[in-house]
Design a protein around this ligand. Structure first.
Ligand SMILES: Cc1cc2nc3c(=O)[nH]c(=O)nc-3n(C[C@H](O)[C@H](O)[C@H](O)COP(=O)(O)OP(=O)(O)OC[C@H]3O[C@@H](n4cnc5c(N)ncnc54)[C@H](O)[C@@H]3O)c2cc1C
Length: 501
């Protein structure tokens, strides 16, 4: 047994684990971060897939909450100011485009070609979404009480603050926000627009990263969540790659005195009589600590690393019931540069029905023949987010089905970018199974648990366990599967550090 004792071990160096570690180290705690891969950042990593073939492996950009950037002085650790916003470009039949520029006036110019009425309402919609995103962001930064337990007054204080913030937003904005959350994305966009192209482009944000179609209740919430994470419609690319965020966080952890070890996979969380003692690595090394924070998803943390025999049976059953339903695949293409794709986030989302049908395939555990695609570029590299590609397939398996992702994506994009296929020099497909095996995401679920209203606020990851605590003393959760996650905002890691220090 290693004698080396730490105040905190953080398992997993995704951005949330690094944010939590940096806050704790800054407070003078002795922190050790253990990462399974040789690379930091988890889903926020920039990775090499071959010669001259570097891409943001999973997430095509992002920005941390402004308070985290400030608290951790990340500019001084190499993180540049917020990246410039880009347009979302909806690829439409007959090679036409709808360009939703971050400047609402320019976006309205493009919308006008399809509907003058919609163009006139775009500014109002943007204001509604920005206000709603601000309220959701406030909710994510609020520590949740352990409802339905008898939360004491101090635990409930956050909810009181949240209620006040909602009320201060004004009666109309408060009600509009609360009403939008359980709506379908389709209903929400239909309240504003008549153009099918515009409705679908906006509704696509409501299904990004989840296994729901735009006609499912609660996709109003996911629409606001993704708007909040992106600061609008399109992804925010980071200069030099999204891995810069993780590099800056790692620099902060180390400069505050924390330690980071890569290729240090935790195989077991050591528990004795419902108290956490430390961890055992795959190598067999045991490391003791006063507290352990897991930035892994709740299923992986409890079912794989703690183990059912160390947990109350009812809790095990409830963890098993957390909905993890990954259905995203990623395709990176190294091209000779003549791919013909413009800068920004290009989407294949021509109608709300198209998106719903793409999701229908996932209901039957099939890959969408006509997928919802999101295409981003970085120089010669083209990255494609492919939905829906369900983790659990009805027949075949991801070992053999991976190639279909490329052929279906190419067939879909050929109409819009005729030179793309012939420009390909190298490729990398990341299937939902790869997301699980390489990136450590149970069932390939990017958000460590579906972003649904029954897994939201004090119900994330589970009702009664929403304040980062677990049934094991001194074991806490700090990844995207807890309140504040997913997305690249760092809220879950920051909240956890506040709750435990
Ligand atoms: C294709 C794609 C697109 C996305 N787009 C969006 C979007 O538009 N909007 C949005 O809100 N969110 C999006 N997300 C989700 C978002 O990226 C995640 O919610 C977020 O990055 C998760 O960060 P994290 O730090 O909580 O966890 P992760 O980044 O998953 O980090 C967990 C870390 O733990 C490590 N680990 C796992 N097991 C072990 C172990 N046993 N021992 C040690 N280390 C271990 C992993 O290697 C990893 O580094 C997207 C995700 C994907 C895959």
């Amino acid at each position: 047994m290693t004698k080396n004792r730490h105040h905190f071990i953080v398992i997993g160096a995704g951005h949330n684990g690094l944010v939590a570690a940096a806050y704790l180290a800054k407070k003078g705690r002795k922190v050790l971060v253990l990462e399974r891969r040789g690379l930091l950042g988890g889903q926020a990593a920039t990775e090499s897939f071959g010669e001259n073939f570097t891409a943001d492996s999973i997430h095509p950009g992002g920005t941390l909450r402004p308070d985290i950037l400030k608290d951790l002085k990340l500019a001084s650790f190499g993180l540049r100011a917020a990246p410039a916003k880009k347009p979302l470009i909806s690829l439409l039949p007959d090679s036409s485009h709808l360009i939703l520029d971050p400047d609402p006036v320019k976006a309205a110019e493009s919308i006008k070609r399809f509907s003058t009425k919609d163009a006139a309402r775009w500014g109002e919609f943007v204001r509604f979404m920005d206000k709603s995103a601000r309220l959701l962001d406030f909710a994510y930064a609020t520590l949740m009480p352990r409802l339905p337990r008898n939360a004491n007054l101090m635990e409930g204080y956050g909810l009181l603050e949240l209620g006040l913030e909602l009320r201060l937003a004004g009666r109309k904005d408060m009600l509009d926000f609360i009403r939008a959350l359980p709506m379908t994305a389709q209903e929400l966009v239909e309240e504003y627009f008549e153009s099918e192209f515009l409705k679908a482009a906006v509704a696509s944000l409501g299904i990004h990263g989840i296994t729901q179609g735009p006609m499912s209740a609660g996709t109003g919430y996911t629409l606001i969540h993704n708007w909040m994470n992106r600061g609008g419609m399109a992804h925010l690319p980071v200069e030099g790659g999204v891995g810069r965020i993780s590099e800056a966080l790692a620099n902060a952890v180390q400069s505050f005195g924390g330690e980071i070890r890569t290729e240090a996979e935790v195989e077991q969380i050591l528990v004795d009589a419902y108290a956490c003692k430390g961890v055992r690595l795959k190598s067999g090394e045991e490391i003791h600590a006063e507290n352990v924070l897991s930035a892994l998803d709740p299923k992986r943390t409890f079912l794989n690393l703690v183990g059912a025999p160390n947990l109350p049976p009812e809790f095990v059953w409830r963890v098993q019931s957390i909905k993890m339903r990954g259905s995203v695949a990623k395709l990176h293409l190294l091209t000779n540069g003549v791919h013909g794709i413009p800068e920004g986030t290009c989407v294949v989302a021509p109608s709300v029905k198209y998106l719903e049908r793409a999701c229908d395939a996932a209901k039957y555990r099939q890959i969408s023949e006509k997928p919802y695609l999101e295409v981003t570029t970085s120089g010669n590299v083209v990255s494609i987010h492919f939905q829906f590609a369900p983790y659990a397939l009805q027949s075949g398996g991801w070992e053999v089905e991976g190639e279909r992702i490329e052929s279906l994506a190419m067939d879909t994009l050929a109409e819009y970018f005729p030179n793309l296929r012939s420009s390909i020099v190298n490729r990398k497909v990341i299937t939902p199974l790869d997301l699980e095996r390489t990136y450590g995401l149970t069932e390939g679920d990017l958000n460590h648990g579906q972003l649904m209203l029954d897994q939201f606020l004090f119900m994330r990851p589970l009702p009664g366990w929403s304040n980062h605590k677990t049934p094991i003393d001194n074991l806490y959760l700090c990844g995207s599967g807890v309140h504040g996650g997913g997305g690249i905002s760092g809220a879950a890691g920051r909240n956890a550090a506040m709750a435990v220090s």
